[in-house]
Design a protein around this ligand. Structure first.
Ligand SMILES: C[S@@+](CC[C@H](N)C(=O)[O-])C[C@H]1O[C@@H](n2cnc3c(N)ncnc32)[C@H](O)[C@@H]1O
Length: 226
């Protein structure tokens, strides 16, 4: 079959990156750590999230994940980004502005445990709100800030339950669990215990871990809703 001049060429993979750093698609190259566990989460979410979708960043922090989600859902989509620290939201706001992001992010200065309330309010505001396709949790403390202000098992679990409940079928929830700070190991354990007992008929959960990092493991969970 030959292509005429105005035909769209068949979809194909982009060229292989020339260097390891070129393969790092999310963060800016200056921060690049090729073969990064968060990059794998981003790449998987990117396969499930499309322009016009609704997504949630449950822990906005410095805004890397919010920016990633904003780029995935585009001008017609929406990202709800939660954080309890104003400094985190300011940092996220700055990152989004610097990247020239479209006006598709709502920064919410409240805990992610209020997720269901915000989703209900959104539906009341607009009954045609798109289905929730992705939720990201990057637990722990705000890098470069007070390490004692961390996410907590009770509120993280409450938000996780609400997120899994609200996700559309085929949607995905990712969790990055850090175990090196005070309380991190206990929180990771609580989240793992919750995810491990999810019904396989309703969810498929994948766990990955940097297994040669000295010290405290970083664990990534991807929960896909059937
Ligand atoms: C590891 S950082 C998030 C990193 C962020 N996703 C990024 O891309 O830069 C964890 C964040 O969770 C926030 N946090 C703590 N408790 C929270 C809660 N209950 N709801 C929402 N965010 C919370 C902290 O303030 C901190 O900014």
């Amino acid at each position: 079959m030959s292509l005429r001049m105005n035909d769209t060429p068949p979809q194909c993979k982009p060229n292989r990156p020339q260097t390891a750093a070129d393969s790092h698609v999310g963060y800016s190259k200056s921060q690049a750590t090729p073969f990064d566990i968060l990059e794998f989460a981003h790449a998987t979410i990117a396969d499930h999230l499309f322009p016009g979708d609704l997504s949630v960043d449950a822990t906005a922090g410095n805004g890397h994940d919010t920016l990633f989600l904003s780029r995935q859902v585009g001008t017609d989509g929406l990202v709800l980004a939660f954080d309890v620290q104003e400094t985190a939201l300011a940092s996220t706001r700055k990152r989004l502005a610097k990247a020239g992001c479209p006006d598709n992010v709502r920064l919410i200065h409240q805990g992610h445990e209020s997720l269901a309330l915000h989703l209900d309010a959104l539906k009341n505001e607009n009954p045609d709100v798109p289905p929730l396709r992705a939720v990201m949790f990057n637990l722990g403390y705000l890098p470069g800030s007070d390490k004692s202000l961390t996410t907590k098992p009770e509120t993280s679990l409450s938000a996780l339950r609400q997120a899994l409940d609200a996700l559309a079928p085929g949607g995905i929830c990712s969790l990055m669990l850090y175990t090196g700070h005070a309380g991190g190991r206990e929180e990771a354990q609580a989240v793992l215990e919750h995810v491990e007992q999810l019904d396989i008929k309703a969810f498929r959960c994948l766990r990955s871990e940097v297994c040669n990092k000295p010290g405290s493991p970083v664990i990534s969970l991807l929960v896909w809703k059937r």
